[in-house]
Design a protein around this ligand. Sequence first.
Ligand SMILES: *Cc1c(COP(=O)(O)O)cnc(C)c1O
Length: 493
Amino acid sequence: MFYKSTRGKENLVKASEAIVRGIAEDGGLFVPESFPRIEKSFDELKEMNYKELAFYILKKYLDDFSDEELKACIDGAYDEKFENPLIAPLKYAGGAYFLELFHGKTLAFKDMALSILPYLVKTAANKTGIDKDIVILTATSGDTGKAALEGFAKVDGTKIIVFYPKDGVSEIQRRQMVTQEGDNTFVVGIEGNFDDAQNGVKDIFGDDDFNKELEDKGYMLSSANSINIGRLIPQVVYYVYSYVSLLKEGKLKDGQKINVVVPTGNFGNILAAFYAKNMGLPIERFICASNENKVLTDFINTGVYDRNREFVVTNSPSMDILISSNLERFLYEISGKDSEFISNLMSKLKTEGRYEVSEAMKDRLKEFYGDFATEEETVDAIRKVYDSSRYVIDTHTAVAYKVFEKYKNEIKDDAVTVIASTASPFKFPRSVNEALNFEQKEASDFQMVETLSKNFDIKIPKGILNLESKPVIHKATCNKENMRTIIKEFLGL
Ligand SMILES: *Cc1c(COP(=O)(O)O)cnc(C)c1O
């Protein structure tokens, strides 16, 4: 299995090299040369537990890892850190199956991939003979940051630097990050929004002089964002897992097609579902749910991507994004792997903030349904699912549920539907309490967590117990022009 850049100006590389480097030199993203197929029957796969299934899927993509290496990565990642032994359980509520991806340490789906990424990066670095310290640079809309910090903290030979929008994350998210322990971790609040942080990080990856300077000092940059293929591939696993779990429970017939609904920001999670389909998983429709930053809704419906619009801060902050990085990988596939065309689109995005895809590509977009939910609709969806099923969902998952309802009303499709449930309601307790009429304007987010737990009789996850009393370790802030300076300071250069 080889990987190449979406922008075409790069040789084929093995998985381990794509993982250590994070992003290709031409600014493109690494993609598999072709999709491996699921060859075993679903009947056989449904007898596997999460780890076994992860091994089966990952081995197809990371074929330069030995069985022992890959097993060690998987064992290290999917252990008791997850509070549910199934790792990714399904709950039926409100007419759909919620795939709960939030039982890891930081209570969001990012843990699914970021608990294994550090192991993959370390192993890949050894395999490729890299003798430099790997510096993970990460931009976060709130959840990636903490999940990456947890994953990389105290891992020998690595350092991790996280940039988050200073005023654009929830109180719980901020607290989770700034209390992070580990000498190799560094957390910085940026004056700007997530796109500013992400663009800053991407520019640094593409800055040859800066990279050279770091290399001379024994450092090599890599990424924990979903631009890293090592982050994307582990996400394919849970879509296959959800399918075979439903099959095992008799909710599906073998081969029956399902729809998936994904609350989307950077287009990583939904892209993993698209990869799963390309491997042979019977998915009929991808339902792409956005909040009021509905760039993707408009794109799916018109074929025009236009980021020239106001950035809205919403109650689903992890989806407050106007530039969805992983869309590039999708465009590459639906353009028939036309890297020249993709390079063109991406440079238009950079200079004009806008591009339009070809007619043939617009046709491929029909596999997707795109719509969005307002903040009010999001809150309504939380209430509705609770009223009908006594099941509490978070704001991001609620965006997905609302769009699922819009889809059903419009298309009258009653296919079995899996909704990616991307965060625990405990991570966004203020909006969830508000939706369920337990609003306490004066209360802190931590008191809200208590309220939520008491009122709905659900246990507070370990990941946020005692968070309020933990000392704040990271106080640094910077503006977007100073990111390089602050990186050098942290590395002592
Ligand atoms: C990151 C995140 C999303 C968006 O996922 P993408 O892969 O960026 O599309 C949705 N919900 C939550 C809770 C997240 O943390």
